[in-house]
Design a protein around this ligand. Structure first.
Ligand code: AMP
Ligand code: ZN
Length: 111
């Protein structure tokens, strides 16, 4: 989607502090971190929210969680643990309408 911030980051049109990239996903540091480690994982494919996913997105969603696991382990070394968050629509606190997973870690997180 041409006016989507995360599509522009995925296309390299807007810079990011990259952590990981493959053919289908990109991970980069959140610009306003809410924990010592705060990384966003996005698919390069535009899907607005988890609520908009259909059965056709099942493989993408499964792969995305697998990449989250890999990035938290191999790239971020969050051995003590981490939190995975997906905000869904305005009521869930979503601000960027391109599905993304937050990885938060680096300290004991409050509830
Ligand atoms: P959400 O509230 O789940 O939509 O999360 C969007 C996240 O994107 C927020 O935590 C923002 O701090 C982050 N963010 C917004 N713009 C950028 C950017 N240009 N680079 C990195 N992170 C960003
Ligand atoms: Zn997008």
């Amino acid at each position: 989607m041409s006016d989507c911030l995360f599509c522009k980051i995925a296309a390299g049109e807007i810079p990011c502090n990259k952590v990981y990239e493959d053919e289908d996903f990109l991970a980069f540091h959140d610009i306003h971190p809410k924990a010592p480690t705060h990384v966003l994982v996005i698919p390069k494919f535009h899907l607005e929210t988890l609520a908009d996913a259909t059965e056709q997105d099942t493989a993408l969603l499964g792969l995305m969680l697998d990449r989250v696991r890999h990035i938290a382990d191999a790239e971020l070394h969050l051995d003590a643990g981490y939190r995975v968050v997906i905000n869904v629509r305005e009521g869930g606190g979503q601000e960027v309408f391109h599905i993304h997973v937050h990885i938060l870690g680096g300290k004991k997180l409050p509830f």
